[in-house]
Design a protein around this ligand. Structure first.
Ligand code: FEO
Length: 404
């Protein structure tokens, strides 16, 4: 028995993807709610499949397709994005359905060749401004380079006002529900924010440009179909607005304090820093690295304008978990941050200086030269830690116009 069925989205578009309830680590991103790999079937004259799924989910996708048509009726496959969660089963799918045409962007064609080392390259290249003829309808191509890979593109089906946006506007969320309005808004907001912070943040200027372009093109979009998570039909303006806002990174009246600790000295300083922020009326969140995943920290930093980092010194360096977190955050390029560093040490005390360098490398505006203490902080050091929090809080208040 074919367990898995397609879900009808419009008159001629069906969701034929797969639900990954078990994945908890998506190359370093903690996917606490799992994810979906969305593929879409268009019942045009030339039946078309938009994207495929991660390799282990090939059978699930084929069963969903089979619930609507004989898969061998598929004539066209469009690969909007070559990352393997969407192309891992492309070769198997091509072998099973024997399509007449497989399309990808110029960079997609190269990426797929580098993945699969074809003996004879089967990919036909499509570019921005070109259309694919589906017989009784067309698909318009818009390349979206570096959103989030060089090959990325989106496909627009004018006949049914559907935009297939690959990773764009997606989220990692496994659910039985396929549409945005079937899920709690709070869950959509949390997962969309985490997805943007961890995948799109480094490319924010390009996100701004894309959303501007979509506006200029005046595309009518009734359905926004990403490759992960729910399909947007009721909150399209909401998710576009969220992405535009995250990309612009306007001042946010919130501080994030990150630290790790060996003997609770840096922890005591972190707690005092938090008190200082609170005294300044600043909303703050503490993210102890022993209890926080770096991908959750990234999501908090996305909607903060202050980043304060604490680390002990170990073997003349910052603590390994702090180094990992700073390396990760640095790659995501969060902008418009103020901050400071602090930490306890035993005899050499390099961590704060090293953290200052890392924060400056991230273009964080430092409000002080940092605060460090030998071994256990005494009353004076704890007061200085409170004052460090107050200094960051004051600067944040200036940036955010008083937080009113
Ligand atoms: Fe969902 Fe960039 O792959």
């Amino acid at each position: 028995m074919d367990v898995f069925k397609a879900v009808k989205m419009t008159e001629n578009v069906y969701w034929v993807g797969a639900i990954d309830w078990a994945v908890r680590d998506f190359h370093g991103y903690s996917t606490g709610r799992g994810t979906t790999y969305n593929a879409y079937l268009i019942l045009s004259e030339k039946v078309t499949l938009i994207d495929t799924v991660k390799k282990p989910f090939f059978e699930e996708m084929m069963m969903r397709i089979s619930s609507v048509i004989d898969p061998s009726e598929i004539e066209i496959i469009v690969s909007n994005h070559s990352e393997l969660d969407h192309t891992g089963s492309l070769q198997q799918t091509m072998a099973a359905v024997k399509p007449n045409n497989v399309y990808a962007s110029p960079m997609g064609s190269r990426a797929l060749a580098a993945h699969f080392h074809w003996e004879e390259d089967p990919i036909e290249v499509v570019k921005t401004g070109e259309s694919i003829d589906l017989g009784n309808m067309t698909i318009d191509i818009i390349e979206t380079r570096m959103l989030h890979w060089p090959d990325s593109m989106v496909s627009y089906l004018p006949a049914e006002k559907v935009l297939f946006s690959q990773d764009g506007f997606g989220m990692h969320l496994a659910s039985t529900e396929r549409f945005d309005d079937e899920l709690p808004p709070s869950v959509l907001e949390v997962e969309a924010r985490k997805y943007y912070a961890n995948i799109l943040l480094p490319f924010s200027p390009l996100v701004t440009a894309l959303i501007g372009n979509l506006g200029k093109m005046e595309l009518e979009i009734d359905l926004l179909c990403p490759d992960h998570g729910p399909v947007w039909r009721s909150s399209i303006d909401w998710i576009l607005g969220k992405w535009a806002s995250w990309a612009q990174k306007k001042p946010c009246p919130k501080a994030v304090v990150i630290y790790d600790t060996m003997w609770n000295s840096t922890r005591s300083m972190a707690e005092a820093v938090m008190e200082g922020l609170t005294l300044e009326g600043v909303s703050s969140i503490m993210m102890p690295l022993r209890a926080s995943h770096i991908s959750d920290i990234a999501a908090e930093v996305l909607e903060a304008s202050a980043l304060i980092v604490g680390s002990p010194t170990i073997n003349g360096r910052i603590f390994p978990s702090v180094a990992e977190c700073m390396n990760y955050l640095g790659g995501l390029k969060p902008c418009n941050l103020v901050g400071a560093a602090f930490g306890s040490y035993g005899w050499s005390g390099e961590a704060v200086k090293e953290l200052n360098g890392l924060l400056e490398g991230m273009k964080v505006e430092l409000v002080s030269e940092g605060l460090r203490t030998v071994y256990v902080p005494d009353e004076q050091v704890l007061e200085e830690s409170v004052n460090l929090g107050r200094s960051v809080g004051l600067r944040l208040r200036e940036i955010c116009g008083g937080l009113e």
